[in-house]
Design a protein around this ligand. Structure first.
Ligand code: TRP
Length: 454
């Protein structure tokens, strides 16, 4: 495709490619960095339990709506939502809020991705010199100035280059080839962590809920994670839906994506918590948990340095598919507004993301460490405002739109394409979408604002 050609729509070349690319967007730092760190700071298994419920009753139905609207409209998210109900242009707000959310998420996501890429390099250097990474490594990196910024810039350049190369050629190839490698490496990490003496306490921590630990804030974080994990509430999955071939059965495909994604999070948890307990660490280690724990897991085993490096290579791979899908939302919108080539749109978006990323990245630097907005650092604020506010609000609008405002026969026809009659799961899902999903989101949002007490 020549970059100066008028915008034409790419599509995923195959059903497997569509599944892999969707999964490639879902799987990322959310599984390997955020899921373990939120689980650790929210009391373990009780959080996991609420999270699983949130995926089933909120995440999955919204994923289905996004794919359905995307494929039906075959447009970028802003234009898809703006035209999906005739005469109701205001739904475009969902897509526009999504563009804002994408930029906000990328501002801190690329910071963490930068740490991951830095750890690939650092663990390799340590392996070559026969040393190991310790807890000072992370503090020095995250609290630095030029170093984390340069890694972040590097990550953005890489993502921008992939997105500039086009949908099917870029995203699909990268994710399809790299996904299986990720599973295998994660399982190696699990085996190592689970065979450490004292690992059992970590398994209990992850899977045996203490319901007394439940609170409104845990529920809010679990819901936010469900949105973040499945890339929901802001148009990523709508945009990906617009590239889905007609022979993909939307509900089973979405269910498989949700299952596989959740499985990867649990595999990451099974690597991290047994090790945290075996080494007498603290589960509530915050955003540094991953970076401080993984080198420890492997430090006491032969070739440990090499395994540490493999782990961060794996994580780096996972971040790429996710970042590509985030940057694709604003890029698809800019291109289809018709004023820019894919390449120009990608570069513009990358530059804006980097500009916002600077305060997020420097928020652990002494320079900005004491600057707080609403009691939060820039990093925490971007994270909180996107996952726990913008995405659930977007999701609420999408659920209400799908359940109540779209023409039901048209919606169901698109969702159930590939079936001669309406399958049971299509019927069940629509019922959940209409009544359960919006009420759950609304309750959680209202209780986190203190309007009601759960
Ligand atoms: N789901 C990805 C992860 O877990 C992050 C991500 C990619 C995302 N695209 C998104 C989050 C869109 C929210 C919205 O790492």
């Amino acid at each position: 495709m020549s970059t100066s050609a008028p915008p034409s729509r790419d599509a995923f070349a195959s059903t497997l490619g569509a599944f892999a690319a969707t999964l490639g967007s879902a799987i990322g730092l959310g599984n390997i960095w955020k899921f373990p760190y939120l689980t650790g700071s929210n009391g373990g298994a009780a959080f996991v339990l609420v999270y699983l419920l949130a995926v089933a009753f909120v995440g999955l139905p919204i994923l289905v709506v996004e794919h359905t609207i995307g494929r039906k409209m075959r447009l970028n998210a802003v234009h898809a939502y703006g035209t999906v109900v005739p005469g109701q242009k205001f739904w475009a707000g969902v897509g526009l809020a999504g563009v804002a959310a994408a930029v906000l998420i990328m501002a801190f996501y690329t910071d963490v991705a930068g740490w991951v890429f830095a750890y690939v390099y650092k663990s390799f250097a340590a392996f070559l010199s026969g040393s190991t990474l310790d807890s000072k490594t992370f503090g020095a990196l995250a609290g630095g100035s030029w170093e984390p910024l340069l890694w972040q810039a590097g990550v953005l350049v890489l993502t921008t280059a992939i997105i500039a190369s086009g949908v099917s050629k870029g995203i699909e190839k990268v994710t399809k080839t790299l996904m299986p490698a990720l599973f295998i490496l994660l399982i190696i990490c699990d085996i190592r962590a689970l065979t450490l003496p004292g690992a059992g306490a970590g398994v209990t921590y992850l899977f045996k809920p203490q319901l007394s630990k439940l609170s409104a804030s845990i529920v809010l974080y679990a819901l936010g994670l469900a949105f973040f994990k499945l890339s929901l509430g802001m148009g990523t999955m709508t945009t990906y839906g617009s590239y889905l071939p007609d022979d993909v059965r939307i509900v089973p495909n979405a269910a498989k994506v949700a299952l596989a994604d959740t499985g990867v999070s649990l595999l990451a948890g099974l690597a991290i918590f047994p090790a945290v307990f075996a080494f007498g660490g603290k589960p509530a280690g915050g955003p540094g948990l991953l970076f401080n724990t993984i080198p420890l897991i492997f430090s006491k085993m032969p070739l440990g340095g090499l395994f540490t490096m493999l782990f961060f290579v794996l994580t780096a791979i996972a971040t790429i598919g996710a970042m590509v899908s985030l940057i694709e939302v604003p890029v698809a919108w800019i291109i289809e507004k018709g004023h820019m080539t894919r390449r120009g749109a990608a570069i513009l978006t990358g530059v804006v993301m980097f500009a916002l990323g600077i305060p997020a990245t420097l928020s652990q630097n002494p320079l900005l460490a004491n600057v707080k907005l609403f009691g939060k650092s820039f990093f925490d604020l971007f994270d909180f405002a996107s996952s726990n506010v913008l995405l659930p609000l977007g999701g609420l609008a999408i659920a209400v739109l799908g359940g109540w405002f779209l023409s039901r026969p048209e919606f169901k026809a698109e969702m159930n394409k590939g079936y001669a009659t309406e399958p049971w799961h299509g019927r069940a899902l629509f019922g959940i979408l209409k009544f359960v999903t919006p009420i759950l989101i609304l309750l959680v949002l209202l209780s986190s604002l203190g309007v009601i007490k759960l």
